[in-house]
Unconditional design. Structure first.
Length: 710
């Protein structure tokens, strides 16, 4: 606890950009928790800081002072971050085991050795083509197996790495943009860097990801780098590394980058809504899908005389079942096209298989030579079938491996004809037409699905920092567009697209936070409508319908019924054909006890629209307020039978009956209302409009007696 508090004081000083205070707090920490190497490095920083400070106190003018101060601040941050890394490894048994294992062996982790290993692998794969057929398969298996083990260790090494120097970051940039290194290796390393960066911000790693995104010619590599740096954007240490802002600003000069960032932010919203979407699929779509498909399969297989006769006599039953089946399929396909992750739940159980014990296998791109599936694919000779399945479905890499693992479990139990179909199945025109078109957006979406599965299902996920942790914020660490590092940049004009999606997904707090970051030049009418600044909208467009309505509702909610009435009357004059506008006027008149005026308008509406429940509802309440209880009761009786019955009808009809002296019936309706709203009528002010009742002769004693009945 003391350790955490001491380091928090260091972090606080760094966040404010105060190098002197950060050095002092770091010295205090090391006095309590000595560590020789860190103390020696901090002493060098202290010496440089004191020298700079002394020269400044003497009135010396140093044009490099700002740059020197920033470098000192960053040197303290690196020491702090490495100490945090030590404590994180100590507190995380899983990460500590990875850290220790990959560093205890005799492996050479120099950058030259890492590059040589990856480039050598590409050369060796190319050389396989020169080997005779009888040796090639065995050599290929050995080559891919050894390389996969090397890459898994490298993944763990990078994941648990401390702060990088600028030189290390530059060399990794070269490797991850080099055409001489395999794209699978490059993508895997970017995932490892991202996980490390999420654990602790590292400017060299962040810079490397932005550079790879900018320079790589491989779309899959680019999109992984984009996801990595956006999820790692750190407002927390913007004072330490203002270069973050410079890198982002330079990237956002490109229209394409702005568009990709906008798409990514929306895709992250879909990720965060996966749980709701899965519940919709499991509760609403799958039961209907399974029910109707099983019935149709049973009908096709049995096809008894009785069933054939039933089909002749009632063909509509079979047709309706087919329509419901197609409707369920269409709904799920539409959700999938929109961006919903429809496969998460289906493949989640397979993530418990040994394949997923290795952390790198959660994020490795799918390739048929992966040692854990290569033998099965070669034995069955079915890669063409897998290509067809994967081409027509949006499976992420993790789910592709899950699919193959599932096939390994069941393939031998399938009928021979089914196995033959799998092995020898060919593409047809229809399947080719339905193939999912590859794109940058799809590449990014599938990688996000991989990351999301990792942070939701990986057994040791709690020991890593997840961007999808929504305990304290509905957007977790995924709300990069609200960052101050992106404020007043070219992305401003795209923010409204994201706000629209946030509101659509009921993420109101995140929508409001993003709205507050929109720069003034980009604030249009839609912005002011979202902010409920109707006065501003009406300045821009005095006849704006939604603004007139919003302004009237605002005043009504404040109890300013006379002012609200003026706005609603203006709205009704502009759009007399809309029933709701006339109802708003009538409701205000009722609140102001101008019942005759309200009834005149309501009788006209009721005559023109006798089936309109909203009109009947307001009419009945107006008559209740005016004391025309018998007429009101007749309308309420009709509303009780109406399919559009509102819960408030129960309460309002109860008032009407109570004023007529029918206490028992009134209490029954009040009780129903309470049950619908899971509400207890514990006090007069909590449940009844006491002033309204007293005006109509109901005493406080009677109100308390009614409450006791409830």
């Amino acid at each position: 606890m003391v350790t955490n508090e001491s380091l928090k004081l260091v972090s606080d000083a760094l966040q404010t950009g105060n190098a002197g205070r950060a050095i002092r707090q770091m010295e205090n920490y090391l006095a309590a928790w000595p560590e020789q190497q860190t103390a020696e490095k901090l002493a060098q920083v202290r010496e440089d800081y004191d020298r700079m400070e002394a020269y400044w106190q003497q009135g010396g003018d140093d044009p490099q002072r700002e740059a020197l101060y920033q470098r000192l601040l960053q040197r303290v941050y690196v020491l702090y971050a490495n100490v945090m890394h030590y404590h994180r490894m100590k507190a995380s048994p899983y990460q500590n085991s990875l850290y220790t294992r990959v560093r205890q062996g005799q492996h050479d982790w120099s950058l030259a050795a890492i590059r040589q290993e990856m480039q050598g692998f590409v050369s060796n794969v190319a050389m396989l083509q020169l080997e005779p057929d009888n040796k090639r398969a065995a050599m290929s298996e050995s080559l891919y197996k050894d390389h996969q083990q090397q890459m898994n260790q490298l993944f763990e090494y990078v994941l648990t790495s401390r702060q990088w120097s600028d030189s290390v970051g530059s060399q990794f940039t070269e490797m991850l943009t080099s055409p001489t290194i395999d794209t699978v290796d490059q993508q895997l390393l970017i995932a490892a860097v991202t996980l490390s960066l999420l654990n602790q911000f590292d400017m060299a790693k962040f810079r490397m990801l932005t550079e790879v995104y900018r320079l790589s010619q491989d779309e899959a590599v680019r999109q992984r780098a984009l996801v990595g740096w956006t999820l790692s954007v750190s407002d927390t240490y913007r004072q330490v590394y203002p270069e973050q802002r410079e890198l982002i600003e330079a990237l956002l000069e490109s229209e394409e980058v702005c568009q990709e960032l906008t798409e990514l932010q929306i895709q992250l919203i879909y990720c965060l809504n996966e749980e709701k979407d899965s519940q919709t699929i499991q509760k609403e779509i799958m039961p209907d899908l399974l029910k109707n498909s099983s019935k149709m399969m049973a009908q096709d297989m049995e096809n008894s005389e009785e069933e054939r006769l039933e089909e002749v006599l009632h063909p509509e039953v079979s047709e309706e079942r087919m329509e419901r089946l197609e409707s369920s399929m269409r709904r799920m396909m539409d959700m999938q096209k929109e961006g919903v992750d429809v496969f998460f739940h289906g493949f989640s159980q397979i993530k418990r298989y040994p394949f997923f014990y290795d952390v790198s296998n959660w994020l490795v791109p799918f390739y048929q030579h992966h040692p854990d599936i290569a033998q099965f694919i070669a034995k069955q000779g079915q890669y063409h079938y897998l290509e067809k399945v994967f081409a027509t479905n949006t499976f992420c890499n993790s789910d592709k491996y899950s699919f193959v693992i599932a096939m390994q479990e069941v393939i031998d139990r399938l009928p021979q004809q089914v196995r033959d179909m799998i092995v020898h199945g060919e593409y047809n025109a229809e399947e080719m037409a339905s193939a999912v078109e590859p794109s940058a957006a799809l590449e990014r979406r599938l990688y996000l699905m991989d990351i999301y599965r990792f942070f939701r299902l990986f057994p040791h996920r709690s020991e890593l920092k997840s961007p999808f942790d929504t305990v304290t914020d509905e957007m977790g660490q995924c709300d990069f567009l609200s960052s101050t590092l992106l404020a007043d940049t070219a992305i401003e004009k795209y923010k409204s697209q994201v706000v629209r999606q946030l509101k659509r997904h009921k993420m109101q707090r995140a929508a409001q936070r993003l709205l507050q970051t929109i720069a003034e030049p980009c604030r249009d009418i839609q912005y002011y409508l979202w902010m409920q600044d109707y006065d501003h909208v009406l300045q821009l467009n005095p006849e704006h319908e939604r603004a007139l309505l919003g302004k009237g509702r605002q005043l009504y909610d404040m109890g300013k019924y006379d002012e609200a009435l003026q706005w609603f009357e203006k709205l009704m004059a502009a759009h007399p054909e809309k029933t709701n506008n006339q109802l708003y006027v009538a409701i205000c008149q009722v609140q102001m006890e101008r019942y005759e005026e309200a009834l005149k308008l309501l009788f006209k509406l009721n005559y023109e629209q006798p089936e309109n429940a909203s009109v009947s509802r307001v009419l009945a309440w107006t008559q209740t307020c005016q004391g025309k209880l018998e007429q009101a009761a007749k309308i309420y009786e009709q509303l009780m039978e109406h399919e559009q019955r509102d819960d408030d009808d129960l309460k309002n009809y109860g008032y009407c009956l109570w004023l007529q002296g029918e206490v028992a019936r009134a209490s029954g309706l009040f009780r129903q209302y309470c049950q619908r709203h899971e509400q207890a009528a514990v006090g007069m002010a909590d449940f009844f409009d006491v002033d309204w009742l007293k005006k109509r002769g109901i005493t406080a004693v009677e109100i308390n007696m009614m409450l006791s009945l409830l």
